[in-house]
Design a protein around this ligand. Structure first.
Ligand code: ATP
Ligand code: MG
Length: 172
């Protein structure tokens, strides 16, 4: 069995979720099984529609109640994150998937929706062959220290500052 590593995509620039989805596509092309849990975000985005075509290899779950962006989280935010995290942990332990992507988990941790110590233990004890991918702004230093690969998307320019809203097929 080949070894799997822990990857982190963080930073303020665009491309973290896109990178993880690109990895899922590549993995499925190689016949690997992929599980994706999307924390915080609630919307059903175009990737969900696209990934339906790969449902034999890629499973994607939404476990968010919407962007927080400075707001204090409320009970449904916590419950939804915990439920998604429990399922993701079972999936990781089951050994049935080759790649597990926890999209926006860094944001969920940043807002205190999940226990970082628990995730650090999951990172420590993950099945040797599993590739674990964690995305989202505000990656904690302890997560960065435990990961094998960390890429920071640096915001140099973003059209959102000129008022461009998230576009279907490009951002959502
Ligand atoms: P994408 O999903 O496009 O790969 P992302 O995962 O890197 O982006 P998030 O931090 O999850 O970005 O941000 C959520 C939304 O905000 C996305 O629609 C994304 O395109 C947009 N976004 C990303 N970076 C910026 C930025 N620097 N300024 C404003 N909006 C951004
Ligand atoms: Mg994202």
């Amino acid at each position: 069995m080949r070894r799997g590593y822990i990857q982190v995509y963080t930073g303020n620039g665009k491309g973290k979720t896109t990178a993880a989805l690109g990895l899922a596509l590549r993995a499925a092309g190689a016949g690997l099984r992929v599980f994706i849990a999307q924390f915080v975000k609630q919307r059903r985005c175009s990737e969900h529609k696209a990934l339906e075509r790969f449902s034999d290899l890629i499973t994607i779950r939404r476990c968010g109640k919407g962007f927080l962006r400075g707001k204090s989280p409320v009970k449904p935010d916590f419950e939804s994150a915990e439920k998604g995290y429990r399922e993701a942990k079972d999936i990781i332990a089951s050994g049935q998937y080759d790649v597990v992507i926890l999209d926006e988990i860094n944001v969920a941790l940043h807002y205190g929706l999940l226990d970082i110590e628990d995730l650090l233990r999951v990172m420590e004890n993950k099945p040797a062959g599993l590739e674990l991918v964690l995305t989202g702004r505000y990656a904690d230093e302890r997560i960065i220290a435990k990961a094998d690969l960390v890429t920071e998307m640096k915001d140099i320019k973003h059209y959102s500052v000129s008022g461009v809203k998230a576009r279907t097929g490009i951002e959502c």
